[in-house]
Write a protein that binds this ligand. Structure first.
Ligand code: ZN
Length: 288
């Protein structure tokens, strides 16, 4: 099932190409977590969630296009980390050319949706913590460094659900290019410090505490392989050329062409480069 009611106040969509989306339903409106990557999915999701009440907030868990492109096509006041807004306003934001190329592949036939496109930015910014109230439901948001330096965790205590963005991905490892590996491990510790039953990850199926641990082990395996090669005296170039981890996030699916191979390869190269830098600076990472 693509759309599931996973808890009394939570509906989750896990089958869109790109990130997962959540709809948190209170007696005085709803909050969405993350926006679909593909514009036509975003329009459909916006239509679907209307039945649950007025969309008050749209929370972005980070600035990457697979979580923010769809903001434009959804209602609600956008809420993000302050740094997410800054990055989307800066030259770090993906160019229109990049977005048109990518979405031409991912959403063929819908290029008109990108005419005069600009990303819709947050007007409520999280620097540390933020509480949002939707009548009988309240949410605790927290800024966290992890997958990026500008992630936001969303916690719904009364249902025991935490929405992690790409700090946890059930589908497998994401790119590390915007991470510091210390932050990556710290963020997993932070997630595990919450009292929850279910995790809505950035990508993949809804999971639990054991899913967080499986994900940590995937990262650990790559970091340790890099560390082991460095300790054998291997050159960075060789490590960058040879170490790969499975990408289940950007690849093609039965219904979507996915990212181009050269882009996926560049994510791998930048991820392994980042891990090498961080392990060299901080060998303690190998024991985490
Ligand atoms: Zn993502």
């Amino acid at each position: 099932m693509a759309r599931q009611r996973i808890a009394p106040h939570v509906v989750v969509e896990t089958e869109h190409y790109g990130s997962n989306q959540s709809c948190i339903i209170g007696s005085e409106g709803v909050a969405l977590v993350d926006a679909p990557h593909i514009p036509s999915d975003a329009l459909a999701w916006g239509y679907y969630v209307q039945q649950f009440g007025e969309v008050k907030y749209l929370i972005n868990s980070d600035h990457h296009p697979d979580h923010t492109i769809g903001n434009r096509f959804l209602p609600g006041t956008v809420v993000s980390h302050a740094e997410t807004r800054r990055r989307l306003e800066s030259e770090e934001a993906p160019s229109m050319e990049y977005l048109e190329d990518l979405l031409g592949r991912l959403d063929p036939g819908n290029n008109h949706l990108l005419e005069n496109y600009t990303v819709r930015l947050a007007s409520i910014l999280v620097e540390n913590t933020l509480a949002l109230h939707l009548g009988d439901v309240h949410l605790e948001l927290r800024a966290a460094r992890g997958h990026t330096r500008n992630n936001v965790l969303t916690y719904l205590p009364q249902d025991g659900v935490i929405f992690t963005g790409d700090i946890v991905c059930e589908a497998g490892l994401p790119s590390f290019q915007d991470s510091r590996i210390t932050d990556w491990f710290d963020a997993l510790d932070l997630v595990e410090s919450y009292d929850f039953e279910q995790v809505v990850p950035g990508h993949g199926q809804v999971t639990d505490r054991a899913g967080v641990e499986r994900y940590r082990n995937l990262g650990r395996t790559v970091v340790r392989e890099v560390g082991e090669r460095l300790s054998r005296g291997q050159e960075s170039e060789q490590i960058i050329a040879e170490v790969r981890f499975e990408d289940n996030i950007h690849v093609a699916t039965p219904c979507c062409a996915g990212y181009p191979d050269d882009l996926i390869e560049s994510f791998q190269v930048r991820s392994i480069t980042r891990i090498i830098e961080d392990v060299q600076q901080n060998p303690d990472l190998l024991t985490r």
